[in-house]
Design a protein around this ligand. Structure first.
Ligand code: G6P
Length: 367
């Protein structure tokens, strides 16, 4: 087993470190200078012209990837997107018909809830695109179109490289839809492609600073509650960061839209609740900083997360984790890396079973 872990103490740590490779493999052969190529997706302009709504349906971490997908598809392809939890979607008679594009996201391609949602969508006449990591999986066989993520086998229950490659899948799908519809000019697509190509090396840059995160994790050993806040795409990543901490370290964590805190949850913030504030999205940066000040005023210890080169966040927080600069739409792939490492080291420090957390399964094949 030690050999399978490639010298790492846990599968999770190994898989965190495999992300630069997984992200590279997932873009391989799919990026031209100003065009994306998705071999297993075949949507014509005529077909897309008939689509008036997109649903992204998934569970757990894959659902979190869908939340990022929503913003990308709306922003780039100008289609309205709803993101739904698979076990909810299926039982509320969703307004889905032949004018709906349903995107199912599933690492394993076998999750019962997601599969049931896929079948429901097909029955209602929707076109179904799957984003999945397993070739030959039920989801990949039953969907009309497939975007495979090339993360390779993920063993640890807590998803890491599957999530970041799903995010990449969302970027590819968003660009593809925009390209077919003509809602993004090719030089804009070219710019995003260039930024995407730099992501694997930038992930590596963050991994090279692992020791800083390990040090930070020590302050979480006795923590009982933690908050993750952010706006826009930062909020979506906050949800994934909070899920990681909950599932492997058993610390109660909540993710909140930074601007919504003041409508109730702020009452829970004390000096004993660390707050991780994601502040990358440039269009809402100042607003996020105002929300950080609200929690600082309640004596919370705040760890901020922003781009290298941002000199202002440091003034409002106790500690800053910096990520390399990129386009805001691609930032989630970078911001989640320190959060994965933080959860990992907190889990280790608390003596938890990192790879096999209590009560959880890697793939859930019951509804
Ligand atoms: C389980 C796993 C999660 C995963 C979810 C969806 O609950 O523990 O890590 O996100 O299933 O799995 P899928 O294979 O459909 O992505």
């Amino acid at each position: 087993v030690a050999a399978e872990k490639g010298g790492y103490e846990h599968f999770m740590l190994k898989e965190i470190h495999e992300q630069p490779r997984a992200l590279k493999d997932t873009m391989l052969g799919r990026l031209e200078e100003e065009r994306v190529v998705l071999q297993e997706v075949d949507l014509t302009l005529d077909q897309l012209a008939q689509i008036n709504k997109v649903y992204i349906v998934a569970c757990g971490t894959a659902w979190h990837a869908g939340l990022v997908g929503k913003t990308l598809i709306e922003r780039w392809a100008h289609l309205p997107v709803e993101v739904d939890i698979a076990s909810e979607f299926r039982y509320r008679s969703p307004l889905v018909d032949e004018h709906t594009l349903v995107v199912v996201v599933s690492q394993s391609g076998e999750t019962a809830d997601t599969l049931a949602a896929l079948r429901e969508a097909k029955n209602r006449g929707a076109r179904v695109v799957a984003v999945t990591n397993v070739v030959g999986s039920t989801v990949s066989r039953e969907a009309h179109d497939v975007i495979f993520t090339w993360a390779g086998p993920e063993i640890a229950v807590a998803s890491t490289k599957a999530y970041t490659t799903q995010l990449e899948g969302m970027v590819l799908l968003g660009l593809y839809l925009a390209q077919v519809k003509g809602t993004l000019l090719s030089d804009k697509i070219g710019g995003i492609i260039n930024a995407l190509k730099r992501i694997p090396a930038q992930v590596q840059e963050i991994l090279d600073q692992e020791s800083l995160i390990k040090e930070l994790a020590k302050s979480f050993v006795k923590v009982e509650d933690a908050f993750f806040i952010g706006r826009s795409l930062d909020w979506a990543v906050a949800m994934e960061g909070s899920l990681k901490l909950k599932e492997i370290s058993y610390i109660h964590a909540e993710a909140y839209a930074a601007g919504e805190l003041k409508h109730g949850t702020l009452a829970l913030i004390t000096e004993d609740t660390p707050v991780i504030a994601l502040a990358t999205q440039r269009d809402v940066f100042d607003k996020t900083v105002s929300n950080v000040k609200e929690v600082k005023a309640r004596d919370a210890k705040v760890i901020g997360l922003t781009y290298k080169g941002n000199t202002s966040l440091v003034k409002s927080v106790d500690h800053v984790i910096y990520i390399p600069e990129t386009l805001d739409e691609l930032a989630p792939i970078l911001t989640v890396i320190p959060l994965q490492l933080l959860s990992y080291y907190v889990s280790v420090a608390r003596g938890c079973d990192v790879d096999k957390p209590r009560n959880l399964a890697k793939s859930v094949t019951v509804e």
